[in-house]
Design a protein around this ligand. Structure first.
Ligand code: GRF
Length: 192
């Protein structure tokens, strides 16, 4: 069972999943492995991490494509070479076309740094602080054609502390992202 992880930057969520898979021996225990890491940014630091861990790492620069559909079609062709049982969006900062989402229906998940359905979209931490929220958090969900809305698989809550900035809150949330994403992927690969 191959897992393909899509990133756009540092890939700390991807790195946590890769390390967890290795430490918990997912290949031996569940027949599951991270087969590839793909980024839409050629300079994504996460690609270096993947290569250092012996994982196929490829970049597909979205700027090289005339349309979202053309990019998604090429992205799907690269992903499908790895015959994925599960496609994991981890800090992947692109909106995917309905055709792409339909192609991976039921095996495409994402992590979003808010307690969905609150705060879909961007700048979630600043918006939570501005709204006076006492709690924030992170959601792992199935990806559907509508942004940040699909069925929720897991969530974690963190307190919003007096004096929090978007950066301090983001750091607190990111720690929980790492915990629940590797937990969610493990649960999924065990069930596949
Ligand atoms: C994080 O803020 C996370 O909430 C979102 O993308 C950002 C970077 O994640 N998913 P990563 O370090 O690239 O996994």
């Amino acid at each position: 069972k191959n897992i393909v992880i899509l990133i756009s930057g540092g890939g700390s969520n991807m790195a946590t999943i890769v390390r967890t898979a290795q430490q918990e021996q997912w290949e031996q225990r569940y027949g599951a492995r991270v087969a590839a890491v793909i980024s839409n940014k050629p300079d994504a630091a996460g690609l270096v991490f993947a290569r250092e861990h012996g994982i196929a790492a490829e970049a597909l620069d979205h700027k090289a494509f005339a349309s979202r559909e053309a990019f998604d079609a090429e992205l799907a062709a690269i992903i499908d070479r790895h015959q994925p049982a599960l496609v994991v969006l981890a800090g992947f900062m692109r909106i995917l076309t309905p055709g792409f989402v339909a192609h991976y229906a039921g095996r495409l998940i994402n992590i979003h740094p808010s307690l969905l359905p609150a705060f879909t979209g961007l700048h979630t931490h600043q918006r939570a602080i501005d709204a006076g929220c006492k709690f924030a958090g992170v959601t792992v969900h199935q990806v559907t054609a509508e942004l940040d809305v699909g069925p929720i698989l897991d969530q974690a809550v963190v307190p919003v502390l007096p004096g929090d900035t978007a950066e301090t809150l983001a750091a607190r949330v990111l720690t929980q992202e790492h915990v629940i994403y590797s937990r969610a992927v493990r649960a999924l690969v065990r069930s596949l």
